[in-house]
Ligand binder design. Structure first.
Ligand code: PLP
Ligand SMILES: N[C@@H](CCOP(=O)(O)O)C(=O)O
Length: 475
């Protein structure tokens, strides 16, 4: 399997090259030259597999430059009950007939990012050892990618993490979870701005090819294809857990912000997994809902990016949408480049409403969308607690709220549970009048000493900081 850029000017790459490169040299995102197709007989054969074995089968379709025995060993080392709580890794919880939660957040940092980041940590350690090389990860987080990446990479040989987060805009638990880490290879940077400013800096640094090569800069956000393909696996697992034999399709409701989580569902559907609909749920930062309803993608400014009670979705520039639009336009790299490089830069928006590809998009790709508000989240958290005695976090509440808007009498709906309530205790207390349960390992977290560098939303300031740290590292 080889990979090409959505913007058509980065040549063909193998999986491990995309793993280390992250963003393509032309500023695009790597996608497979073709999506491998999985037929009904293969789905039958995969149905009873353990999660690590299923991960190996899916990844084997995309990874041709790691020996199968090594890839299998990496999957088995990653997906264990010790790390993810149960051997099922991503179990379903039935709420009622045709409504389920898929628990993605039983990993080390209590958010769905762990499912991919734990794999990336092991893949990077393997590949860097094979190459006798090192990598300096520059990441952007709105609260969960950061902690998942840092807990996966802490102490790993050959890996440093420079993680940017929006100053003061993560929950207190998220801030404590990241900033309390004292590992030598973890560097937290609080940017005086919003998540999109952090992500813009990641892309600007990655586009400075001389700096990127000199400081061996890599990425673990979902712009990295390896992150995305790792998230494809849990869609197969959810389908197998809820369906009997060659059953009809399943719907997924996906709390969304940077479009990585649901883009993995799109990839699974392109492979032939029987997904009827992919329901995209946003909070009040509804850039993605607006696009899927109207065909107009309109990036919001920093001032118009609202601080909400599902803060990890406070995103107004969804990086992974480019991978979907590339498919929507029939894999036309020239048009994709024009939209995402020229039009977005010149006017901050583009309009596909009149394009025949958009008119047929819902039928071809199965997307539906909706938006959820603070009031919706409180009501849904209360209702889910009262009706099912199940406590859900505000992001999952967005998924349940919008999933219900699109409930179907035919297909079961799986809502992806993307974080655990303890990470967002203030909203849980507002909704239920009680604190969420806290795993023992996080007792006293907020009281631990913190280590974080505050910087302006300025690419050069971040570059200078990385250079200073690297200067110290080489002394
Ligand atoms: C808890 C939580 N839910 C949902 C999302 C949205 O996922 P995505 O950004 O992949 O759309 C994120 C992060 O982005 C998250 O941290
Ligand atoms: N909500 C995310 C934002 C970045 O998403 P990613 O999937 O591109 O890493 C976060 O928690 O940081």
């Amino acid at each position: 399997m080889h990979y090409v850029s959505t913007r058509g000017h980065s040549g063909r790459r193998q999986f491990c090259e995309t793993l280390l490169e992250g963003l393509a040299e032309d500023g695009g995102l790597y996608v497979p030259e073709t999506y491998p197709r999985v037929d009904a007989a293969t789905l039958d054969a995969w149905r009873a597999l353990s999660y690590p074995s299923l991960a190996f089968e899916v990844l084997s379709l995309y990874v041709s430059d790691i020996p199968p025995a090594d890839l299998k060993a990496i999957c088995e080392k990653t997906y264990t009950p010790e790390i993810f709580g149960t051997s099922n890794i991503v179990p379903l919880r039935k709420l009622e007939t045709r409504l389920y939660l898929q628990e993605l957040s039983n990993g080390p940092t209590l958010a769905f990012k762990d499912v991919a980041m734990q794999l990336l940590g092991n893949l990077l350690e393997y590949e860097l050892a094979r190459r006798h090389d090192e990598l300096n990860i520059l990441g952007a987080t709105s609260g969960d990618t950061g902690s998942a990446a840092e807990y996966a990479m802490r102490g790993k040989k050959g890996v440093r993490v420079f993680m940017m987060s929006p100053l003061g805009r993560m929950s207190s638990f998220q801030q404590a979870q990241m900033f309390s880490l004292q590992d030598d290879n973890i560097h937290n940077i609080a940017i005086d701005g919003v998540f999109d400013d952090c992500q813009d800096i990641v892309k600007c640094v990655s586009s400075d090819l001389e700096f990127k090569r000199r400081y061996k800069i890599g990425a673990v956000n979902s712009i990295n294809w390896a992150r995305l393909v790792a998230q494809v696996v849990y869609y197969f697992s959810g389908y197998f857990q809820v369906s009997e034999g060659r059953s009809a399709g399943v719907d997924f409701s996906v709390p969304s912000g940077n479009f990585g989580n649901i883009c993995a569902g799109h990839v699974a559907r392109m492979m032939g997994l029987p997904i009827s609909r992919l329901v995209l749920a946003t909070n009040e930062n509804d850039v993605l809902d607006e696009f899927f309803r109207s065909g107009i993608y309109r990036v919001r400014s920093r001032a118009d990016t609202l601080e909400t009670s599902s803060p990890s979705m406070d995103i107004s520039k969804a990086s992974n949408l480019e991978r979907f639009v590339f498919d929507l336009l029939g894999r036309d790299a020239r048009r994709t480049k024009s939209l995402f490089e020229n039009q977005l830069r010149e006017c901050g928006s583009f309009d596909l409403s009149g394009d025949p590809s958009f008119v047929t998009a819902a039928a071809r790709f199965g997307f539906r969308s909706g938006r959820s508000t603070h009031a919706d989240r409180l009501a849904t958290i209360r209702d889910t607690w009262d009706r099912y005695h199940t406590m859900i976090d505000p992001h999952t509440a967005d998924g349940v709220t919008v999933g219900r808007m699109h409930a179907s009498p035919e297909a079961p709906m799986l809502v992806l549970e993307t974080a655990q309530p303890i990470k967002f205790a203030t909203t849980i207390k507002e909704a239920l009048g009680r604190q969420p349960d806290r795993p023992l390992r996080f007792d006293g977290l907020e009281g631990l000493p913190r280590r974080v560098k505050v910087l302006p939303p300025d690419t050069q300031a971040v570059k200078n900081y990385i250079a200073d740290i690297m200067q110290g590292a080489t002394c």
